[in-house]
Design a protein around this ligand. Sequence first.
Ligand code: AMP
Ligand code: ZN
Length: 113
Amino acid sequence: MNDCLFCKIVAGQIPSKKVYEDEHTFAFEDIDPKAPTHVLIIPKEHVVDLKNATHKDAEIIGRCHLAAAEIARERKIEDGYRTILNVGPKSGQSVFHLHVHLLGGRDLHWPPG
Ligand code: AMP
Ligand code: ZN
């Protein structure tokens, strides 16, 4: 999609610290990390967010989570990590290309703020 920050990152038009890539998904370091591991996993194809997702997006949303699990395994943070989808302005969502946050490498409190 034109003018989407994360589509531009996938296309290499905006630099990112790539962590993982496969045919369908792309993962990179969050520019403002909230934990020792803070990676964003996104579909290569533009999906706005969970609220706007439909059944045709079910597989890609699953793939993003499985990629997060793989990254967590590689980073040896499987003793406690979290995957998060922020949805809507009250959640703090600021980028409207669906992204799974992978947070780990420190104690994570519950409930999140
Ligand atoms: P959200 O608030 O859930 O929409 O998350 C958007 C995330 O994207 C935030 O954690 C930002 O720090 C992150 N972010 C914004 N711009 C960039 C960028 N150019 N490269 C990497 N992460 C970014
Ligand atoms: Zn996009």
